[in-house]
Write a protein that binds this ligand. Structure first.
Ligand code: ME8
Length: 642
């Protein structure tokens, strides 16, 4: 059977700083959607990547003393390690420095030019470098960037422009005909009122003030505007305008561009207009999710309030983090991160509800039925209530996920878990055991094991590791799709369960919060201590690499055809060494004979003016003169200096 294609994208991440928990939000949500759709029978293509060009990257690289490419390579390593840690199942990772992408961006510019959508003109505007965005005076907030609140600079350039204004009416018509295109709905009004109604201005789509970007094929003094470069990734990754465009033919238009609310404007105004100009179909939906806040502020590197996802995942497990991001924040709105919220949520849902259900059930099957799932007998009305709930949940979760609401989906899945826990209290299996009512006890155990199987199957897209562990405990293979959760009664009687360790360990919230505070305090004081140190300091291990010792000058002569160089024969303990030193202007050779000098002993040998030199004589210099360094008393040659 031919599966229906489903193309989902995250934004491509800026490669100009490190990555924090806020960044993980978009990616984890898309991952859950992608995994859900795959299990639900779709042929999914999930794209993510990095946005590696632009002035910001160039500036940061300069500051770090590396080339822009070296700089973005480092961040690429970091982000792919992060996605691996968080078990992100992307099908492709695109980098805007990939050659195929750069070439295709050039072709896109050529196409826009050929279609008359690009023209050259002078531009003056207020530019926010961190956001790589031009603003008009009226769009500024208190004279600053309306998105990030940082100062903007006036920039004037002769540039190429995209005829964005030409697409204004077509855009409005498209929004009207596709009311689901911008979601949630509130963001649609925001776009129309703030950007479209005041009138769309043509867009400056080239830059000359820096060169870390895609060169325009028709004018190599200009590089492509990063947003055109970046937005194009959604089609270049599929092979658009390339020899192999099978994926483009299959997956475009995208089913879903998931983006943070601050970049909805780029995705719902500029991107569709560019696609119209390229005569391509438009994506089906752009969803602008809310922000993960820290305190009242957006979590962001520049605000210095970031939470390190590596640290959290190592400390609490990847699924605790995935679960928190997917469950805690009402989808579409902003949500605050606090350590306490994470710990409380983990304890309540993962330890108490899910962990307890699985450990109680596997323990009871182990105790009462020698670890083998028993065959059920006649179902009671109570059992049927649970069976109906299980069989109805996939449809509910599917609806939740169609609305892209992971919190609702998880709430519905956990209804099975909570109902099953309550069922244990209602049926009191320990009493049935005492009464010797094995028949009823067997049915209760079977119902519980099936409830767990339903819940674990549905949880697979969300908490990937844990659901696999649950299947190991149930003694069955982890399913690839949802085909076996339409009907109750799939588990085979006699299957051997493995109780094993707890899924999650209970966290002592108060103690843990204190420990986290102490860790944060220590980190801050370490950071402050680091900040007060000059950046060129080395530590003792660096110094220990340099081996210094005393040496006695046996002979000294001028190096032929050189005004500056003297060649020394030095006694270094038992060894005699030849060393060349540039002090001929300051010392006569005969003066040096018999003197004790300090030698860098482990310098790699070098040939200076054809003379081999094995070490370096230490000297002090003040710009006018040079003097050699000598021990205060005679101590002999070959003695360590430290
Ligand atoms: O915008 N809470 O990249 P980016 C929730 N390169 N989401 C957050 C967040 C927070 N505190 N901080 C960041 C870019 N994000 C461009 C995209 S696409 C053609 C180019 C989300 O690295 C942010 O909303 O700044 C966005 O969805 C993603 O992280 C990447 O942001």
């Amino acid at each position: 059977m031919n599966k229906k294609p489903y193309y989902i994208t995250t934004p491509i991440y800026y490669s100009s700083g490190s990555f924090h928990l806020g960044h993980c939000y978009t990616t984890v949500i898309c991952d859950a959607i992608a995994r859900f759709k795959r299990m639900d029978g779709y042929d999914v293509f999930y794209l993510t990547g990095t946005d590696e060009h632009g002035q910001k990257v160039q500036q940061r690289a300069e500051k770090a003393g590396v080339t822009p490419k070296q700089f973005v390579d480092r961040l690429y390593e970091q982000i792919t390690a992060l996605w691996k840690k968080l078990d992100i199942s992307y099908d492709k990772f695109i980098r805007t420095t990939d050659e195929y992408h750069e070439k295709t961006v050039q072709k896109i510019y050529e196409k826009l030019l050929a279609n008359g959508d690009i023209y050259k003109s002078e531009y003056e505007g207020m530019y926010c470098t961190p956001c790589e965005a031009f603003w008009t005076e009226s769009q500024l907030k208190d004279g600053k960037c309306p998105d990030c609140g940082r100062p903007v600079t006036k920039q004037k350039e002769e540039n190429y422009f995209f005829r964005l204004s030409k697409y204004q009416n077509r855009l409005i018509k498209f929004y009207q005909e596709n009311p689901e295109f911008i979601s949630p709905r509130s963001r649609m009004n925001e776009m129309i009122n703030n950007f479209i109604k005041p009138g769309l201005k043509d867009l400056c789509i080239s830059r000359t003030t820096f060169d870390w970007g895609v060169k325009l094929p028709f004018d190599s003094k200009h590089v492509a505007y990063v947003w055109v470069d970046a937005l194009s990734n959604y089609i270049t990754a599929l092979g658009y305008l390339q020899d192999d465009h099978a994926k483009f033919d299959k997956y475009w238009p995208a089913d879903l561009h998931m983006v943070g609310k601050e970049i909805v404007r780029f995705h719902t105004v500029i991107w569709p207009a560019l696609l119209m100009a390229l005569d391509l179909p438009l994506p089906k939906k752009v969803y602008g999710h809310g922000w993960l806040l820290f305190g009242d502020d957006k979590m962001s590197k520049s605000k210095g309030n970031v939470v390190d996802p590596f640290f959290l995942a190592d400390r609490y497990g990847v699924d605790a983090i995935r679960y928190f991001l997917l469950r805690e924040i009402p989808f579409g709105s902003d949500g605050a991160y606090t350590n306490e919220a994470l710990l409380v949520r983990t304890n309540a849902d993962l330890v108490n509800d899910l962990g307890n259900l699985v450990s109680r059930t596997t323990a009871m099957i182990t105790q009462y039925f020698e670890g083998r799932i028993p065959a059920p007998n006649a179902y009671t009305q109570l059992d049927k209530e649970l069976i109906t709930l299980c069989e109805a949940t996939l449809d509910k979760v599917r609806k939740d996920m169609d609305g892209l609401s992971a919190p609702d989906a998880l709430t519905d899945i956990f209804k099975i878990v909570q109902r099953a826990n309550k069922y244990i209290d209602e049926t009191t299996p320990w009493t049935l055991n005492k009464q010797g009512n094995t028949e009823r006890l067997a049915t209760v155990m079977y119902v519980l094991a099936e409830c767990i199987r339903f819940a674990a199957t549905l949880l697979k897209p969300f908490i990937t590791e844990t659901s696999n562990v649950i299947f190991e405990k149930l003694g069955v293979n982890s399913p690839e799709d949802f085909s076996e959760i339409t009907k109750f009664g799939v588990l085979k009687a006699g299957t051997k369960v493995n109780k094993g360790a707890n899924l999650f360990n209970r966290i002592d919230v108060e103690k843990e919060l204190k420990a986290l505070d102490e860790l944060a305090e220590k980190q801050n004081s370490d950071k402050n201590a680091e900040q007060t140190l000059p950046s060129d300091l080395i530590d003792i291990n660096d110094f220990a690499k340099v081996k210094l010792c005393t040496a006695k000058v046996l002979s000294c002569e001028k190096v032929a055809k050189s005004d500056k160089l003297l060649a020394f024969k030095l006694q270094v303990g038992d060894e005699v060494r030849q060393v060349v030193s540039g002090i001929a202007q300051y010392y006569q050779p005969e003066y040096m004979v018999g003197k004790t000098v300090v030698l860098v002993k482990n310098l790699k040998p070098a040939k200076i003016r054809g003379v081999e030199s094995n070490g370096m004589i230490l000297c002090a210099a003040d710009g006018k003169t040079v003097v050699f360094v000598t021990p205060e008393k005679d101590i002999g040659s070959g003695k360590e200096v430290r």
